[in-house]
Design a protein. Structure first.
Length: 636
């Protein structure tokens, strides 16, 4: 395992520096540095939230029956909506109190704080177990706290409130901050130091976004509330080890196998965790930001961004594979700060451009198909801390090369294609066309069976799509995962062979992957079960300013052709005329096969899932094209 962070464990200082969630020297200076539009937005939204609380709507209720729904019928949404809404209200009111400093929301804050402190557990129902992949208990037990993603986020939120609003809360009663400190000790500090959760890392055991995401928030808890240097030293040591365990599962190319939405929990939380450690140790670990791997991790989000209309427009879409949406949210302060730290003008410019294209709400909250409101108070403050700098950087960069890419980055129209061998993602932009092809295998974290699939945008609009993922349920992370249609290869731009789909697991991988110029070819036969009878299935995809071509050639073990069906996923209603297909108003698809006339059918998939509905309105469409052993597709 790489010794990127843990090598500093023996050199930690005797005393740690103070950590502040504000970049300004004091609250007054912070307030004075805020753009008026953001200050006014927070104040107005907080006033509306307080009016609802006072008008009888009240704080969201968290019921045992809703918690137990996950164990009973797999539903996560009913509890999680109320859970996250409660925290979002508290974060908004706290932010407004920091900005205004008038005590306006003090009693509402007291209510919210006590509601959180009185919850039996901060972990979500889907995460209510102490061991990896163990069955979840139907209710939380206060005697055995579980540190999951959102227990840690809850702790960080309360820690920021403690650090910035202690005087305001003490003016009501000192018991509020004492209660916060007590709950953090019992639910986070002691379990973290005295126990082991799987996401802390254990040698070669695979990690995922949980590791940096939780580590960042535990560090905030340890350094924003009163703790001894001994406690902080042990916290940092465990954090250093965990971050190395996380990094070992990243390729040197920096590709996040979990996608752009999870990059924001993986790569960006890695940045924040590393930044916190460097800050409190007097820059001891600063050298890690000069590592090429860290820079590659940082710049991943730029390469996954859809190039748009020859770079003339800023697309809201990202290339998506696995469990994330093409509407992964706009970039902003955290991406900019990460880019600044690893000396990447590419990422800084991209973040500034995205910031310029965002409204005030988007700038502050991020917003994606996965997140509609901000709960992480520390990240909200980072945005406010950085707002003026981002405005200035964006104004200075306007009209300069590199606003959305550079030579060698996929975001640049006409730039060198990007290939991430660690995961098998190939990206190229040419003229109006933005193409991504997945190779690799079907064993990624948050995997979908999508090896060989492609996504294509024309003029920044989706043409061939990856649907993404619906609302998480118990089924999503169970043995029945691949009975969900969005996970299946038949609902990606891939063939069925003799009615058989791809299989899940690390053994089901493409072979003979070759990239040359704007083209990629691969044999995806190993992704199908032996019953498919495939000797090889060569898929070749190339992109030019004239369009995209796909050529599939199957060879069978018995030497004869078999009836196959190629699936193509669209978000616009197709019209079929012989071997020509019009994909709504966006593009055209021409099919060529050895058959005299290919059989092409279209089916509508109505979208009734809330999460999918944030990306796709109304319906999706699946083309099913019958062929024997060879098919050629021209897309313009």
């Amino acid at each position: 395992m790489e010794d990127t962070f843990y090598r500093y464990a023996c050199r930690l200082p005797a005393r740690f520096s103070t950590l502040s969630p504000l970049s300004a020297p004091d609250t007054g200076a912070f307030r004075g540095g805020l753009p008026a539009c953001m200050r006014d937005y927070v104040s107005a939204e907080a006033a509306k939230a307080a009016e609802k609380l006072e008008g009888g709507e009240g704080w969201p209720r968290l019921l045992a029956s809703d918690y137990m729904r996950f164990s009973r019928d797999g539903n996560r949404v009913s509890f999680e909506k109320a859970y996250f809404r409660r925290r979002a209200i508290l974060a908004l009111l706290a932010l407004a109190e920091v900005i205004e400093g008038k005590g306006t929301y003090a009693h509402h804050l007291a209510d919210g704080i006590m509601l959180l402190c009185e919850e039996s557990g901060w972990q979500l129902p889907a995460h209510n177990s102490s061991r990896r992949d163990a069955a979840q208990d139907p209710l939380p037990s206060p005697a055995t706290p579980v540190i999951d993603l959102f227990a840690a986020e809850t702790a960080a939120e309360l820690s920021v409130i403690y650090r910035l609003l202690k005087d305001t809360l003490d003016s009501i009663t000192p018991l509020l901050c004492k209660r916060i400190a007590s709950e953090l000790e019992v639910r986070i500090i002691r379990p973290y130091l005295n126990g082991h959760f799987w996401w802390m890392g254990n040698g070669d055991e695979p990690m995922c976004n949980w590791t940096p995401w939780i580590t960042e928030n535990v560090l905030l808890t340890a350094f924003l509330t009163p703790q001894t240097d001994a406690v902080r030293r042990e916290t940092v040591k465990k954090a250093l080890y965990a971050l190395d365990c996380f990094l070992k599962d990243y390729g040197e190319d920096g590709c996040c196998s979990e996608g752009v939405e999870y990059y924001r929990h993986a790569g960006l939380c890695l940045y924040n965790a590393a930044d916190i450690i460097s800050s409190v140790t007097g820059g001891l670990t600063e050298d890690v930001f000069s590592l090429p791997k860290l820079r590659n991790i940082a710049e991943y989000v730029v390469n996954m961004h859809v190039g748009g209309a020859g770079g003339r427009t800023f697309s809201p879409y990202f290339f998506n594979f696995a469990d994330y949406s093409p509407c992964a949210g706009m970039s902003g302060a955290r991406e900019y700060l990460f880019g600044k730290r690893v000396r990447s003008p590419l990422l800084q410019s991209f973040a500034a451009k995205s910031w310029q294209e965002s409204g005030t709400k988007e700038k502050l909250l991020g917003l994606s198909a996965d997140c509609e409101e901000g709960c992480n108070l520390f990240h909200l403050l980072q945005t406010l801390n950085t707002a003026r700098e981002l405005d200035a950087y964006g104004a200075d960069a306007a009209g300069k090369d590199g606003a959305t890419g550079k030579d060698g980055a996929a975001g640049a129209d006409g730039g060198t294609p990007t290939y991430y061998p660690s995961v098998g993602v190939f990206i190229v932009n040419r003229g109006a066309y933005s193409l991504a092809v997945k190779s690799g295998g079907n064993g990624d974290s948050h995997n979908h069976n999508d090896t060989g699939s492609l996504t294509l945008y024309k003029d920044g609009k989706p043409l061939l799509i990856d649907a993404g993922v619906g609302s998480y349920t118990k089924q999503t992370f169970s043995a029945d995962r691949y009975s969900i249609w969005t996970m299946q290869s038949s609902y990606h731009n891939l063939p069925e062979i003799n009615g058989l789909m791809q299989l899940a697991g690390a053994d089901y991988r493409a072979k003979d992957v070759k990239t040359e110029g704007d083209s990629i070819s691969q044999d995806i036969a190993p992704c199908y079960p032996p019953e498919a009878g495939l000797l090889s299935y060569i898929r070749s995809v190339s992109c030019s300013e004239a369009g995209v071509t796909v050529h599939d050639k199957a060879t069978f073990t018995d030497g004869t052709g078999r009836m196959s069906v190629l699936n193509l996923m669209l978000c616009e209603k197709p019209s079929i005329d012989g071997n020509k297909i019009r994909a709504g108003e966006t593009g055209s698809i021409r099919i060529s096969t050895a058959d005299s006339q290919p059989v092409i059918a279209a089916e509508e998939i109505k979208i009734d899932d809330e999460r999918l509905g944030r990306a796709w309105k109304g319906s999706l469409y699946r083309l099913r094209i019958s062929f024997t052993d060879e098919i050629h597709i021209d897309i313009t």
